[in-house]
Each structure stands twice: as C-alpha cells, then as structure tokens.
Design a binder for this molecule. Structure first.
Ligand code: PMT
Length: 223
C-alpha cells in the first residue's frame, strides 16, 4: 500500500490538449497526450486523495476510482475547472490549453478552394491565471509550462504572474521528455527553491511533484 499522505485532500487535475474546431472536419490542437496529467491523477488517487480529472480529447483509460469530466475546447475546460475549483484543496494544471480558437466555427465543411491562407483567431481565457486570482487561503495551485529554452526564467515568470505555489517546467526540446512520451524531466520551481527532478517515467515524476505538493500543503496548514 502506498503512503496515504493526500488523504482528506480534493485534487483537481487537468490533462491533455484542447481541441478548437474550425469546421466539422478540422481543428486546432497540440501534441499533448494527457499522459503526464493522467499519471498525476493516478498518483494522487493512490496516495489517498479524492481526485477530479478534467480531460481533453484522448483515449487514455481513467485511472483508479476517479471522477472524470471529458472536455473538448478551452472554453469547456474553463467551465468544468471553475465548477470544481472552489471545493478543491489542490489544483494541478497539466493540460496544454490552446491559447487561441477560431473566431468563427463553420457549420459546414469549408471547401478547399474557399479556405484561403489566413484564419481569424480569438484568445482563449487563461484558466490558470484566473485560478491564481481566485485562489483561496490554504489552496495549493500547481502549473505546468512547456518550454524549449530559458526554463528558469520562463518558469519563474509564470509562477509569479499566475500566483502559483509550484510550477513544473517541461523541457520540450528533447525527444524523450515532454509531449507524448512516457518519460519526462522537469524543473520544479516554488516560491523558495528550484529543483531539477531526475529523468524518469511520468509515473515517477508525478510522485516527485506530489512529494513537493504534500510539503506545501503542510506549510499552508501551519501558517
Ligand atoms: O500530455 P503529455 O503528452 O504527457 O505531455 C505533457 C505536457 C508537456 C503537455 C505537460 O506536462 C505540460 O507541460 N503542460 C502544460 C503545457 C502548457 O500549456 O504550457 P503553457 O506554458 O502554454 O501554459 C502554462 C500553464 O498555463 C499550464 O499549466 C496551462 O495548463 C495553463 N494555461 C495555459 C493557457 C490557457 N489558456 N489556460 C491555462 O490554464
């Protein structure tokens, strides 16, 4: 039996990409498979938490006894997250949310000849930024970042800008870390320290991230 150091906690995890439709056949999305987020959800569940998983499109099976809400778009993810955020004590945003959506979604498939070379876009809400603004006392907010350079600088900037307690910066410039693969290497930055986690499976990485989350929860409880 694994340690039950998250028992009593309600953990909200987001995972996977979002998919922004252009017409009934086409969409904008990214390479996220959901593996990192699902590994976090499973690890939190094993460690005794009640887990809510908001998942973008993908075919990964639901790990453990977890409440799963499937979403497609960033707007749907925003709505689901805001619905569950209030009652969550820990929120981990591993999803790769599309920053933009098509301004107009065509109800019929756009003919090849009519597509042209430009697509008008509209900004999606930054879900994590909003969670940071609404963060209540005692709540622990964890973000992710996918970066290919300046990991410390970008991670620290996002930690501060989004009012996070912890950020896991993925190095996506290597084939064996970041999107799609089963392994990862993460730079973990909190308000107090930064730490390079070892190259490891996403399962192991999830547990190492949760080790830090447990410490942050303990600190929130004391202060
Ligand atoms: O899913 P896998 O294939 O296992 O790959 C894992 C991963 C690389 C997708 C994942 O670990 C990861 O890095 N996720 C975050 C990717 C990302 O969107 O980074 P970002 O720097 O664009 O966003 C920073 C943070 O803001 C993220 O926590 C993101 O969820 C959040 N965000 C971003 C935009 C937006 N509109 N709303 C958000 O909440």
């Amino acid at each position: 039996l694994s340690r039950q150091d998250l028992s009593g906690q309600t953990v909200l995890v987001t995972a996977g990409p979002t998919r922004e439709p252009i017409d009934p056949a086409r969409f904008l999305s990214n390479r996220s498979s959901g593996k990192m987020g699902f590994a976090l959800a499973r690890a939190a569940w094993r460690r005794g938490a009640k887990v809510i998983l908001v998942a973008g499109p993908g075919s990964l099976p639901t790990p453990g006894n977890i409440e799963r809400i499937n979403v497609q778009t960033a707007l749907e993810m925003h709505e689901a997250v805001m619905q569950y955020a209030e009652k969550s004590t820990i929120i981990i945003k591993a999803a790769a949310v599309a920053d933009y959506r098509a301004k107009e979604v065509a109800s019929q498939k756009i003919k090849k000849e009519a597509i042209g070379t430009s697509l008008e876009l509209e900004k999606n809400p930054d879900i994590l930024l909003e969670l940071g603004r609404k963060k209540r006392d005692g709540q622990v907010l964890v973000g992710f970042a996918a970066e290919s350079s300046r990991l410390i600088e970008e991670g620290t900037r996002k930690l501060q800008a989004k009012n996070l307690d912890l950020i896991a910066v993925n190095n996506i410039s290597s084939e064996s870390t970041g999107f799609e693969v089963d392994t990862n290497q993460v730079l973990l930055i909190s308000r107090e320290k930064s730490e390079n986690l070892p190259f490891a499976s996403k399962e192991k990485t999830a547990d190492l991230i949760l080790d830090q989350v447990v410490q942050l929860v303990a600190k929130e409880t004391i202060s």
